[in-house]
Design a binder for this molecule. Structure first.
Ligand SMILES: Cc1cc2nc3c(=O)[nH]c(=O)nc-3n(C[C@H](O)[C@H](O)[C@H](O)COP(=O)(O)O)c2cc1C
Length: 305
C-alpha cells in the first residue's frame, strides 16, 4: 500500500517536505499545497515553494486548484515548463471563498468544465495526473454526475476525503460514500481522513484490500514518524517519537532562522508546527504562548512524554 503525505497549506511546504523525508522517510509521495491563479498568473509565492532549492523528496507532486479549464491549462503549462511530469488536481478544498468561485470542492458542481479538463488531460500523454476530491459540497452524493468523466480520465489515482465541503475537516467520515465512489471510479483509490496511527493504516488495508494507498495530513503533523513506523512493522514508543519531532523542528528552525526577518515571523512559523502535536495540551500551550524565540526554545527544551 502506498503512503502519501497530504498537502496542508501553511504546513507542508518545501522545508517540511524536505526535512520530514530526511528525518523520517517512509512516504511514497508528497503533494504540494495548491497552486492557484492569482492576479492572472500562477501565484508567485507558491511557485517559489514548488521550485524551492531544497531538493524535493522522491515522489513530490505539485497540486493545482482551478475554477475552469482555462485556469487549469495555465497552471498545468507552467508546471510542465518547469519540468514537472506529475500534477495533482484539487477538487476538495472546502474554503468557502474558493468553493463559491467554483474552485476545489466547488469544481465538483461543474461537470461541463471537468469534461474540458478531461480533454486536456487525455491529449497530454507525457504527464501523469491524479485527483484529490471530496464527496460533495453540501451533499455527499454530489460526485455522482462526475463519476463517468473521472472514470474515463487516465488518472494515476484518485484520493478521496470522504466528507462534504460543508463538513470541512470534522465529523464522521462517510465510509459508505467512499466505497460507492471508489467502486464507481474503477481507478486506483487512495483513502484520506483521520489516519492517525499505524493501526489506522492496517484497518484501512484490511477493510479495503483493493486500496492503492492512504494519505495522512494532520495525523502526520502530530506523528511525523507514522509512515516510518508502519514500514518498520513496529510502533515507536512516545519518547522515540518525540525525539524525532524535536529533531525535525530543530532542522526547520535552523533553515528558517536566516530566511525570516525578525523573531515575530520566525516564532509564528515555528509555533505552527506544534499546533497538531500529540504532546500533552499543557506543553503545547506553553509553546503557543511563547512571546520570543528565547521563550520558544525554552518551552521546546521542556517538552517530554
Ligand atoms: C490547514 C489545512 C490546509 C490544507 N491545505 C490543503 C491543500 O492545499 N490542498 C489539499 O488538497 N488539501 C488541503 N488540506 C486537506 C488535507 O490535505 C486533508 O485532505 C485533510 O486534512 C484530511 O486529512 P487528515 O485527516 O489526514 O488531516 C488542508 C487541510 C488543512 C487542515
Amino acid at each position: 500500500m502506498k503512503l502519501f503525505v497530504a498537502p496542508l497549506q501553511g504546513y507542508t511546504d518545501a522545508p517540511f517536505r524536505h526535512f520530514h523525508n530526511l528525518v523520517f522517510g517512509g512516504a511514497d509521495g508528497y503533494f504540494s499545497p495548491f497552486l492557484r491563479v492569482e492576479k492572472g498568473e500562477p501565484a508567485r509565492r507558491t511557485m517559489r515553494d514548488i521550485l524551492s532549492p531544497l531538493p524535493p523528496p522522491p515522489g513530490f507532486v505539485p497540486q493545482v486548484i482551478f475554477k475552469d479549464a482555462g485556469e487549469f491549462a495555465m497552471l498545468a503549462e507552467t508546471l510542465k515548463s518547469a519540468g514537472f511530469r506529475r500534477i495533482d488536481l484539487n477538487m476538495g478544498c472546502p474554503f468557502p471563498p474558493q468553493v463559491r468561485k467554483g474552485r476545489g470542492a466547488g469544481f465538483l458542481l461543474r461537470p461541463a468544465e471537468l469534461g474540458k479538463v478531461a480533454e486536456y488531460v487525455a491529449a497530454d500523454s507525457e504527464t501523469e495526473y491524479s485527483v484529490k476530491m471530496r464527496l460533495g459540497v453540501d451533499d455527499p452524493g454530489d460526485w455522482k454526475p462526475l463519476a463517468g468523466i473521472l472514470r474515463g480520465m487516465p488518472l494515476a489515482h484518485v484520493t478521496i476525503h470522504p466528507r462534504t465541503a460543508r463538513e470541512q475537516y470534522r465529523g464522521e467520515l462517510h465510509l459508505d460514500g467512499f466505497e460507492e465512489l471508489a467502486g464507481a471510479l474503477g481507478k486506483p483509490v487512495v483513502f484520506n481522513g483521520e489516519v492517525l496511527s499505524p493501526d489506522d493504516i492496517a484497518r484501512a488495508g484490511a477493510r479495503w484490500p483493493w486500496l492503492h494507498g492512504v494519505m495522512a495530513g494532520r495525523g502526520l503533523l502530530a506523528r511525523p514518524s507514522l509512515f516510518a513506523e508502519w514500514r518498520g512493522g513496529e510502533e515507536w514508543n512516545p519518547a522515540r517519537r518525540l525525539e524525532g519531532v524535536v529533531r525535525l523542528h530543530a532542522l526547520l528552525l535552523d533553515h528558517y532562522r536566516p530566511l525570516l526577518c525578525g523573531d515575530a515571523q520566525l516564532l509564528a512559523r515555528m509555533k505552527s508546527f506544534w499546533e497538531y502535536s500529540e504532546l500533552p495540551h499543557r506543553q503545547v500551550k506553553r509553546i503557543a504562548k511563547a512571546r520570543s524565540m528565547a521563550d520558544y526554545e525554552e518551552a521546546v527544551r521542556g517538552v517530554s512524554v
